[in-house]
Design a protein around this ligand. Structure first.
Ligand SMILES: NC(=O)C1=CN([C@@H]2O[C@H](COP(=O)(O)OP(=O)(O)OC[C@H]3O[C@@H](n4cnc5c(N)ncnc54)[C@H](OP(=O)(O)O)[C@@H]3O)[C@@H](O)[C@H]2O)C=CC1
Ligand SMILES: CC(=O)N[C@@H](CCC(=O)OP(=O)(O)O)C(=O)O
Length: 323
C-alpha cells in the first residue's frame, strides 16, 4: 500500500487528485488536520511519511514544501509552476520521448506540466524532434480555456449569481470569452520554450470562456519556420507516428475539409478523461496544430496521477479510467 499526501488537498487540483485516489485500493491517503494545513511542521511530518506527495499549492508554498522533504524515498509531484524549468526536476510529460519517461520513472522530483503548456508542447515538440520545425521558429498560439484553470478564486467569480448572464443593453464582463495575459509574459511561456528547445518564446494568447473546464490550444505553423516545405498532411503524419502506441495522446486523421461536429473544434471533448486529442488543420501553405485536453485532466490532476503511476512502477492508467 503506497502512502500518499496531497499538500493543498482543499484546492481545485488537490480535490480532483483526492477524488481519483479515493477510488483506489492500492493507496492510503494521509490527511492533514484542516486547521494545520498551512503549518510547516505538520506538513513536513506528512510529506516525509509519504511515498508520494502531491503539491497542489501556489508557487511559493510549493517551493517551501519541496524543501521540507528530507526523506530520500519520498517522491514529490508538484502541480505548480515552481519547478518546471528546474533541470533537477523531471518534466511530467512522458509521451514526449523515452528520456522524459525514464526521468519520471527514476527521479524523486517531478514537475507536472502547465495546462496550456501541455497543449502547446504536445503539438510542437515532435515537429522539432523530427527536424522539421526549426528551433528558431516564429510561433503564434492561442488557447481557449474553461474558467476552472484560474483556481478557486476564478471559479467563485464565474459562478457568482448572475455573473455569466448577458443582459441586453449591458456590457457583460464574463459572458463573452476574454483574452488575457496580454502583457505577453504568461507563466507557462518559460516551460513551453525550454522543453521544446525553442530559441524564442511563442506569442501566446490565452482566452478564458464561460465554461467550467476543457481547453483547445492552437498553434500556427508558418512555412518559413520549417526546414523544408511541408503540408498539413505531412505534419499530421509526423505527429501520428510520434504518438503511435500512446495510451492517452490520440492524433486524429487529417481532413482537408474538416467535418467536425457543427464544423468547429470542441474544447470540452476530452473532459473527464486523461486524453489529449491532436488535430492538424490547413490547406496549402497554411497549417494549424490544435490540441484538446481537459485542463483538470491531462492538464492537471490526470497527468499528476499518470506521473505517480509511472514513478511507482505501476500501470500508467491506474485510477484514470474511472473519471
Ligand atoms: N486549476 C488548474 O487548472 C490548475 C492549477 N495548477 C496549479 O496547481 C496549484 C494549485 O492550483 P489550484 O488547485 O487551482 O488552486 P486553488 O486556489 O484552487 O487551491 C490552492 C490550495 O492551496 C492552499 N494553500 C495556499 N497557500 C498555502 C500554504 N502556504 N500552505 C498550505 N496550503 C496552502 C489553499 O488554501 P486556502 O484556500 O485556504 O488558502 C487552497 O486549498 C497552483 O500552483 C496552480 O497554478 C496546475 C494545473 C492546473
Ligand atoms: C483560466 C486561467 O487563469 N488559467 C490559468 C492556468 C492555470 C494553470 O494550469 O496553470 P499552472 O498549471 O501553471 O498552475 C492561467 O492561464 O494562468
Amino acid at each position: 500500500m503506497f502512502k500518499i499526501f496531497v499538500d493543498g488537498e482543499a484546492g481545485t487540483t488537490g480535490l480532483q487528485i483526492n477524488e481519483r485516489l479515493a477510488k483506489r485500493d492500492d493507496v492510503e491517503i494521509l490527511h492533514i488536520d484542516p486547521e494545520l494545513r498551512k503549518d510547516a511542521a505538520e506538513r513536513a511530518k506528512l510529506i516525509n511519511a509519504s511515498d508520494v506527495t502531491f503539491l497542489c499549492l501556489p508557487d511559493a508554498a510549493s517551493k517551501e514544501s519541496a524543501l521540507l522533504c528530507t526523506n530520500p524515498k519520498t517522491k514529490i509531484i508538484d502541480a505548480s509552476t515552481a519547478h518546471r524549468t528546474n533541470p533537477n526536476w523531471a518534466y511530467g510529460l512522458p509521451e514526449l520521448s523515452p528520456e522524459f519517461r525514464q526521468k519520471i520513472q527514476t527521479g524523486t522530483r517531478i514537475a507536472n506540466p502547465g495546462c496550456h503548456a501541455s497543449g502547446f508542447i504536445l503539438g510542437v515538440y515532435p515537429l522539432i524532434a523530427a527536424g522539421l520545425l526549426k528551433k528558431s521558429a516564429d510561433l503564434a498560439t492561442y488557447s481557449l480555456t474553461g474558467y476552472s484553470g484560474g483556481g478557486k478564486k476564478m471559479i467563485a467569480t464565474y459562478e457568482a449569481e448572475g455573473a455569466q448572464i448577458s443582459h441586453p443593453g449591458e456590457s457583460p464582463r464574463l459572458f463573452a470569452p476574454r483574452p488575457y495575459a496580454l502583457g505577453h509574459h504568461h507563466k507557462h511561456l518559460p516551460e513551453m520554450q525550454l522543453i521544446c528547445g525553442l530559441t524564442k518564446s511563442p506569442i501566446f494568447n490565452p482566452v478564458v470562456g464561460p465554461f467550467y473546464k476543457g481547453m483547445a490550444v492552437s498553434t500556427a505553423i508558418f512555412q518559413s519556420s520549417l526546414s523544408k516545405s511541408a503540408t498539413a498532411a505531412d505534419i499530421q503524419n509526423i505527429l501520428a507516428e510520434h504518438y503511435a502506441g500512446s495510451r492517452f495522446v490520440k492524433v486524429l486523421p487529417y481532413e482537408e475539409e474538416p467535418t467536425l461536429d457543427a464544423g468547429s473544434l470542441n474544447p470540452t471533448e476530452c473532459n473527464g478523461t486523461n486524453e489529449a486529442h491532436v488535430y492538424v488543420f490547413g490547406k496549402g501553405e497554411s497549417i494549424q496544430v490544435s490540441v484538446i485536453i481537459d485542463n483538470l485532466g491531462k492538464g492537471a490532476s490526470g497527468a499528476a496521477i499518470q506521473n505517480m503511476n509511472i514513478a511507482l512502477g505501476i500501470d500508467e492508467g491506474s485510477g484514470l479510467s474511472c473519471f
